[in-house]
Design a protein around this ligand. Structure first.
Ligand code: FAD
Length: 449
């Protein structure tokens, strides 16, 4: 038997994990590289940020997922580039790793749209560290206001969420519930009703990809929770203590949560790969990355290179539709497809085009309030959608322990109207008012935070 092809996967998110798992039993050797030793379940980050779940509930050690997969090795390291001539992955702190197949699955990063001050003073919600930072910061604002209530007049309890997509809507709804249900009891003399959650959306509706009826249901649910939804409004500037809107209004606020959009991981463009305007790697119908055209041997340096998930720009099916959205089902399906193609090539077969199977989209606004759009034009709102949302998220969480813990937390929260870890984690001095100063200090507790 000859040497088995070496598949290197960069990124252990939804896409990378799908590739890795699906390569079990294929005649290949796999190296799965991630800069973290854990994988993050991003759809529940907002619950960590709003003290609904522990940080460790939405993360899972990568090695723990592959105890039984003999053909796979996990490597913790930051990928910095590719040596295309030598066909090696370059890492910040380790020796280069050679590959026969390379699967790029590095996900996305926040995009600031060039808004002055946003990168410095707003916080995105993309990593576990971001979520813990938001939680630290939000709880700290209430502690500060409780100690000195005059701060409320200067915007201490104004919370601005930028972006009316699923992340912004979920974040705004969860913040409003946290304040009205839990902080009302935690800070009984503060007058928590003075806290404001302001959701800002450039378009004239929230949840743009959803049906208008779902958008209206989401808007009603947000407004019922006292979220101030500002449609057709844009944030023009973020400073440590205020936000300036395009309309000219200046709102004092020390907390700006950035949920306005993502772009593909910049390392993809730095690798010299063909990318779309938003930096997503262009892929062929089978999800392979096309090589440079018409330059002799140069053409072959990118053979066996694939891209999946948020970093890629796959189409729903060959020659039709736009680029698929950056969502977990797309990442999982593209990942599984690439694994199958690598398996086919190992067997000497031709590759097949990718076809996306849409199983629906969901978003939750809060307790018994969600929207779900399923195949066959089925639209659910309210409790039924919320139960479907809960079930699906439990199903897709990595690890039995995490599933049990999340279920228990949710059941506890539902029955007692209580929340979990309203804990301020910090190293050194007390968190200051500017989010960026905290970012450097934030420590993520992987056990019980
Ligand atoms: C707050 C939030 C809420 C969301 N909610 C939903 C939802 O409700 N439903 C839904 O379908 N989708 C949701 N999404 C989108 C979904 O999470 C993404 O589409 C999905 O995670 C993409 O998977 P991926 O594997 O491409 O990237 P990711 O899951 O982001 O994984 C990328 C991995 O690559 C690693 N990595 C990055 N750069 C490097 C490097 N240079 N070297 C080594 N490793 C690296 C990262 O550490 C990470 O583990 C949400 C996203 C966010 C941020």
């Amino acid at each position: 038997m000859g040497v088995r092809p070496h598949v290197v996967i960069v990124g252990a998110g939804f896409g990378g994990l799908a590739v890795a798992r699906s390569l079990d039993r294929h005649p290949v050797e796999v190296t799965l590289i991630d800069r973290n030793n854990f994988t993050t379940f991003q759809p529940l980050l907002y619950q960590v940020a709003t003290a609904g779940l522990n940080a460790a509930d939405v993360a899972h050690p990568i090695r723990g997922l592959f105890h039984r997969q003999r053909n796979l090795r996990v490597l913790m390291g930051e990928v910095t580039g590719i040596d295309w001539q030598r066909r090696e992955v370059l890492l910040a702190e380790h020796q280069p790793v050679p590959f026969d197949h390379l699967v790029l699955a590095m996900g996305a990063v926040a995009t600031w749209f060039g808004v002055p001050g946003a990168a410095e003073h707003a916080v995105p919600l993309y990593t576990l560290e971001d979520a813990v930072e938001v939680r630290n910061h939000v709880v700290s604002r209430f502690e500060a206001a409780d100690a000195d209530p005059s701060l409320v007049d200067r915007g201490e309890l104004n919370f601005v969420v930028v972006g009316g997509g699923p992340t912004g809507v979920e974040m705004a709804g969860a913040l409003a519930e946290l304040f009205a249900v839990v902080f009302k009891r935690d800070y009984p003399t503060l007058g928590v009703g003075r806290a404001r959650v302001v959701l800002v959306e450039t378009q004239d509706r929230v949840l743009a990809p959803f049906h208008p009826a779902s958008q209206r249901a989401a808007l009603d649910a947000l407004r019922a929770r006292q979220v101030e939804v500002r449609l057709e409004e844009t944030v023009d500037e973020v400073t440590p203590d205020h936000v300036r809107f395009a309309s000219g209004e200046v709102l004092p606020a020390r907390t700006v949560i950035w949920a306005a959009g993502v772009r593909a991981h910049p390392v993809a463009r730095a690798m010299g790969l063909p990318t779309t305007a938003s930096g997503r790697v262009e892929v062929a119908a089978d999800l392979s990355v096309p090589g440079p055209s018409g330059r002799g041997t140069e053409k072959h340096v990118r053979e066996g290179v694939w891209a999946v998930g948020d970093v890629a720009a796959p189409h729903a099916k060959r020659g039709s539709g736009g680029v698929l959205p950056q969502l977990a089902p797309v990442a999982m399906q593209t990942g599984a497809h690439v694994a199958r193609q690598i398996g086919r090539l190992a067997e000497g077969k031709a590759t097949q085009p990718f076809r996306f199977h849409d199983k629906g989209t969901m978003a939750t606004i809060g307790r018994r309030a969600a929207i779900a759009e399923l195949p066959g034009r089925i639209r659910l709102h309210g409790t039924l959608a919320w139960l479907a949302w809960l079930g699906l998220h439990i199903l897709y969480l990595a690890g039995v322990r995490n599933r049990a813990s999340v279920l228990l937390n949710w059941a506890w929260g539902y029955l007692t109207w209580d929340r979990g870890p309203r804990i301020i984690l910090r190293r050194g001095a007390a968190p200051g008012p500017v989010m960026t100063t905290e970012r450097a200090k934030t420590a993520v507790d992987n056990t019980s935070s």
